[in-house]
Design a protein around this ligand. Sequence first.
Ligand code: NAD
Length: 485
Amino acid sequence: MADYAPERIEDRLFINGEFVPSISGKKFDLYNPATEKLAASVYEAGVEDVDVAVKAAKAAFPAWAALSAAERAGYLNKLADAMEANIDEIGYLEAITMGKPYVGDFMGRLGVQILRFYANKAQDVQGDTSLNTAGSVNLTFRQPFGVCAAIIPWNVPLLMLINKVGPALATGNTLVLKSSEKSPLSSLVVGRLAQEIGLPKGVLNILSGFGRPTGEALAKHMDIRKISFTGSVIAGRAIKKAAAESNLKNVTLELGGKSPLIVFDDADLAKAIPASAFSILANSGQACIASSRVYVHEKIAPAFIEGMKTAMTQMGKAGNPLVAGTQRGPQADKIQFDRVMSFLQKAKDEKLSVALGGDRVGAEGEGYYIEPTILANVPEDSSVMKEEIFGPVVCINTFTDEDEVLRRANDTEYGLYASVFTKDISRALRVAKALEAGSVGVNCTSPTMAIDLPFGGWKQSGDGRELSKYATDYWTELKSVFIAL
Ligand code: NAD
């Protein structure tokens, strides 16, 4: 990565197949979280830019929806090839905006693979037939909504974009996507690649901007029939409200988590410890699925905590995301850094036991780096146990009884990911069934996922599913057709 330098960083909006400045000419700045220095300034889309993008998407819709699924798949596969060829640029831009280490750009390659999956899925979107009514053949059609919107977070920018663009375009919708104000640059590269592969104008529009006014304008827009959102519960609620108060557009939400991980006394600690440490340190803890609440059986707690201290210290070495070999970068920006630090301050104020870390890396260091942190024996009702910290901070508590630990694990408004480590197969399945979460890891934990299995939340973690055969269901309207014979 170190030898990569882009010729030019795109700063404009991608509307109707062209790059344009915002109508107001207003820009906002992005700072590199590793150096705290200005990384780029980009145009901010206002309400009027949203209108222009929606008009372009509306005009593009009939022709795009009329293409065969194979033709749409062809475009998406070309886009995946182009992303693969430009993975260094995407990795560089994510590193300088939100601090994701390049690490051979695993996420970029995974994203390309997922986009190819959605491209293939285009040709496997079907309705049903029914002969159950006498004198009729009945059918269902799955059809695109029309103009859709997507709003994505900053923590895995390319992957989040692909999980919206892939199924939206595969099913024949046109899209206006708003990237996160913390990481808009890699999305703009996708705009340029869409232009290069000849994606019809207006099919994909990419706007940079903040939740308000840009995201809100999308959520309220009367010509948008569906909005898919990934981000925090608070913004998800605002979007659902804006949809309800405008045209009741279809809303799907992929929200946060406070994922429990249960380690029974028969667990293979040689597997459980590195998996637990990686889960909370990957992406510097800025993952919706991070296993942030660990429940370890009392009998093995001392060995587990000692093992976690060693594993988190080794895995948690932080460095400049642009330097080859760096495994862990800083928090994404000052806001995120201050947020995590405020939780650590609360932990200190509440006199919680800090078994590891608990502070920024280096007293006056440059960059928004936070130490890998373990809080032990934390009261279940404290804010660090209840709220999403989004940093390299894990709470480790002990338990003795299966029913009791399940009750505590499920005592959360979130339900995104949960995990259990045990060698007892019956217990593993019993616990997997009892955990209230959209995904459960057995003898593994997040970020373990699979392209062909659905990903999404229970409870306040959301109501949508991405990946798998179910993903396209969320991007299509269902129509019943009754044919009297
Ligand atoms: P965020 O909710 O602050 O912002 C997400 C996006 O929403 C951004 O593009 C932002 O500009 C926009 N936004 C904010 N307020 C809005 C409003 N009122 N109307 C319209 N748009 C608005 O979240 P974030 O800090 O970017 O991301 C972190 C959150 O995302 C965490 O809660 C994390 O768990 C969650 N997340 C969930 C998943 C998942 O798949 N479930 C994946 C990644 C991140």
